[in-house]
Design a protein around this ligand. Structure first.
Ligand code: GN1
Ligand code: MG
Length: 370
């Protein structure tokens, strides 16, 4: 998808952006929203850059609720950042509002758009080349969770109900198997069995939450490596982005999802499964970084379950890819017909590898938590 001149003019006017539009680039990191950067030349010759997103309203049906969460959370973070002497213009997102004070605008086709200031001198990462960067990712997500520890959870609208309720995801999966909408079921019997064999895992964290052993916190819920901006010079994680799924949840969901994506030795859609494995050095780096900022607020049940959460979040994501494959690829963006199945295979290969390495992961976690 490309933005045409008419759409760019509409966005510029709606969000009252100064300057003359010069160029744009699409960012292909996310599997849900459309994202691009727009450059505007200012009267003094300098550039002002904005990130513009078309919100996927198939996934986020209440845009008003979604954007009210995001403006609430970024406003809250801005105050925390100022208190600790940080730079709020780089360390949290700054959404632009429209003339009537809204943080999104609907175009003539009813599509919802939003816009935030581009943060400069940073990079994003889809694959970790160096352990220090992954340590910094853990530190940044741990600190993000800490900063939101006293955010009033009752102010948050649940943007996607049961987002990391793995049991409810399992029921959705079984329904997709039963319905077999696009006739793919017969070709994925092995994958279906892989899920069925692990049903017991799907309610472990839910049970711990229900018994009160694990607290409900305000969590990010989509802690992929590419949802952090790293500083070009220091490699520190300066800003956590993609705030669409901030909801009450478990710290374990955030930890586990970071490992799923970032400690995989291959990409999320690698076709050569011999390249897919859980890197123990990367796991160690992330645990150490995460605990360096979050340890004091975690309960012992949370710490003990960090390795399991890596398995569970990888399993849940693989099951979601398989569910979408069985349902005809209606949720995640796909680039080719088997894309969701390829992603499912990488996730399940990683789950099996995590199962083999569980004892080592537990030992690393306990050592880092000392
Ligand atoms: C989606 O939008 P993105 O790419 O950051 C998805 C996550 C999945 C991830 C898999 C709202 O995240 O839950 O883990 O793809 N986000 C939503 O790559 O469903
Ligand atoms: Mg994202």
């Amino acid at each position: 998808m490309e933005l045409n001149a008419q759409k760019i003019a509409f966005i510029q006017k709606s969000f009252q952006l100064d300057g003359k539009f010069t160029s744009s680039e699409t960012i292909n990191n996310g599997l849900i929203n459309f994202t691009c950067v727009l450059h505007f030349e200012q009267a003094d010759g300098s550039d002002k850059d904005y990130v513009v997103q078309k919100i996927n309203t198939n996934v986020f049906q209440n845009v008003e609720g979604l954007m009210s969460n995001i403006s609430g959370v970024t406003g809250f973070l801005r105050e925390r950042i100022k208190e600790r002497g940080g730079d709020p213009s780089r360390e949290t997102l700054h959404f632009k509002n429209t003339a009537d004070g809204k943080y999104y605008v609907l175009d003539e086709d009813g599509a919802a758009w939003r816009c935030y200031r581009h943060v400069g001198d940073v990079y994003t990462c889809n694959k970790i080349e160096n352990e220090e960067v992954f340590y910094n990712a853990g530190k940044a997500f741990g600190a993000f969770q800490q900063s939101l520890s006293d955010y009033p959870a009752d102010k948050l609208y649940e943007t996607i109900p049961n987002f990391h309720n793995t049991y409810s995801r399992f029921l959705d999966f079984k329904k997709a198997v039963e319905e077999d909408k696009v006739g793919r079921r017969a070709s994925v019997q092995k994958e279906i069995q892989f899920v069925l064999d692990r049903e017991a895992d799907t309610h472990v964290i839910l049970d711990l939450i229900a018994s009160g052993d694990i607290p409900v916190r305000v969590t990010h819920n989509d802690t992929k490596l590419n949802n952090i901006l790293f500083d070009n010079k220091t490699n520190e994680g300066v800003c956590v982005i993609d705030l669409d799924t901030i909801m009450p949840g478990s710290a374990l969901y955030d930890f586990g999802d970071s490992i799923r994506f970032g400690a995989n030795t291959a990409s999320e859609d690698e076709k050569d499964l011999s390249k897919v494995s859980l890197s123990l050095p990367l796991y160690k780096a992330y645990v150490e970084g995460y605990l360096s900022s979050a340890k004091n607020s975690l309960t012992s049940a949370e710490i003990e379950n960090l390795p399991f959460s890596a398995k569970l979040m990888t399993f849940e994501c693989g099951m979601r890819f398989l569910t979408d494959y069985l349902s005809g690829d209606t949720y995640f963006k796909t680039l080719y017909p088997e894309h969701n199945l390829v992603r499912c295979h990488t996730q399940f290969t990683l789950v099996a590898d995590i199962e083999h390495k569980m004892d080592e992961m537990k030992a690393i976690t306990m050592e880092a938590a000392k």
